[in-house]
Design a protein around this ligand. Structure first.
Ligand code: SF4
Ligand code: SF4
Length: 80
């Protein structure tokens, strides 16, 4: 009998700095303390091994600045 194999989506998140206003909400709503800030105050996903992919950070960002599409990242960065 064929066994079903669970395929987990690769965890990948990035911030569009053109839209991010450095409010810190994403770090506040992250239940696993994944997000730090860089020297300019922008969020960085510093501990992705701890990320449970709840997507709170994506949903609560007031500026829709967090994305999960790795494949189109460069293209999206150019047009947004
Ligand atoms: S919630 Fe959005 S706008 Fe605020 S710091 Fe995070 S990514 Fe930037
Ligand atoms: S998806 Fe959830 S656990 Fe992962 S960084 Fe965002 S808020 Fe934190």
């Amino acid at each position: 009998m064929a066994q079903k194999k669970k395929v987990e989506k690769e965890k990948y998140l990035w911030v569009n700095r053109r839209w991010c206003k450095r409010c810190g909400i994403c770090a506040t709503v992250c239940p696993k303390n994944v997000i730090d800030y860089d020297s300019e105050g922008y969020p960085v996903f510093a501990r992705m091994d701890d990320c449970i992919y709840c997507l709170n950070c994506v949903l609560y960002c007031p500026d829709y600045a967090i994305f999960e599409n790795k494949e189109d990242q460069e293209y999206v960065k150019e047009i947004l």
